[in-house]
Ligand binder design. Structure first.
Ligand SMILES: Cc1cc2nc3c(=O)[nH]c(=O)nc-3n(C[C@H](O)[C@H](O)[C@H](O)COP(=O)(O)O)c2cc1C
Length: 199
């Protein structure tokens, strides 16, 4: 069976070898990211996801902040690898920062008491939906990306550098850029370990 959606899902892969040569303009990338987040579903259509898009020098600043934070935490001999990793992310054209707005979650908890304990989980799910939508939209445009998690150690500096509201909680970082190497091999576990179908 051929499916445009499945072909697209297959095209989305983790890319660490990033470059700065985007196949479309920054304005088009920005529009793509914003629309992907708008169209991503969220619990009660709460639209709890918040996104900051960084291009060029702003994007490089993110990975230098992360590098310097990690320099203080990682043993010197292991930092060589960390340093190279940061270089790899900074080599890209931009980064997407994904946040969830805690004020939205608090309001949902107040408005829908029955689900109060579920809203933090729904928020995490909604963030994942937004992340996947953006990652897939970038892949469709021929742009490589990976998903990174340097929260909470970079939160404070991210907040002060880009004027982030206190209620926005950083969830993930997605460096993106041109694909500068083939994707790695992807393996799959046996279907009978993960699927059950009854009819
Ligand atoms: C929830 C989630 C968290 C992830 N966290 C990281 C991460 O912190 N660093 C990283 O390099 N990749 C991260 N990844 C990427 C996975 O390692 C990757 O998606 C997986 O190996 C499958 O490869 P693919 O993306 O090429 O399909 C994450 C992926 C998901 C879905």
């Amino acid at each position: 069976m051929t499916s445009t959606a499945i072909n697209l899902f297959t095209k989305r892969r983790t890319q660490y070898a990033l470059g700065k040569k985007l196949p479309i303009s920054e304005a088009q990338v920005e529009a793509l990211i914003l629309e992907a987040v708008r169209q991503a579903p969220s619990s009660f259509n709460s639209q709890s996801s918040r996104v900051v898009v960084l291009f060029g020098a702003q994007h490089e600043k993110l990975w230098n902040i992360t590098r310097e934070v990690l320099r203080l935490m990682v043993p010197a001999d292991a930092f060589v690898k960390t340093d190279a990793k940061m270089d790899g992310f900074a080599a890209g054209a931009g980064s997407v920062l994904f946040f969830e707005d805690e004020d939205v979650i608090k309001k949902l908890q107040a408005d829908f008491a029955l689900y109060a304990d579920k809203f933090p989980m729904f928020s995490e799910h909604s963030s994942g939906m937004a992340q996947y939508a953006v990652w897939t939209a970038l892949a469709d445009a021929g742009i490589g990306a990976s998903l990174q998690h340097y929260s909470p150690v970079i939160d404070e500096q991210v907040a002060t550098t880009w004027n982030i509201p206190a209620s926005w909680k950083l969830r993930a970082q997605m460096p993106f850029g041109s694909n500068e190497a083939p994707f790695g091999e992807k393996t799959f576990i046996a279907d009978d370990l993960r699927f059950k179908v009854y009819r």
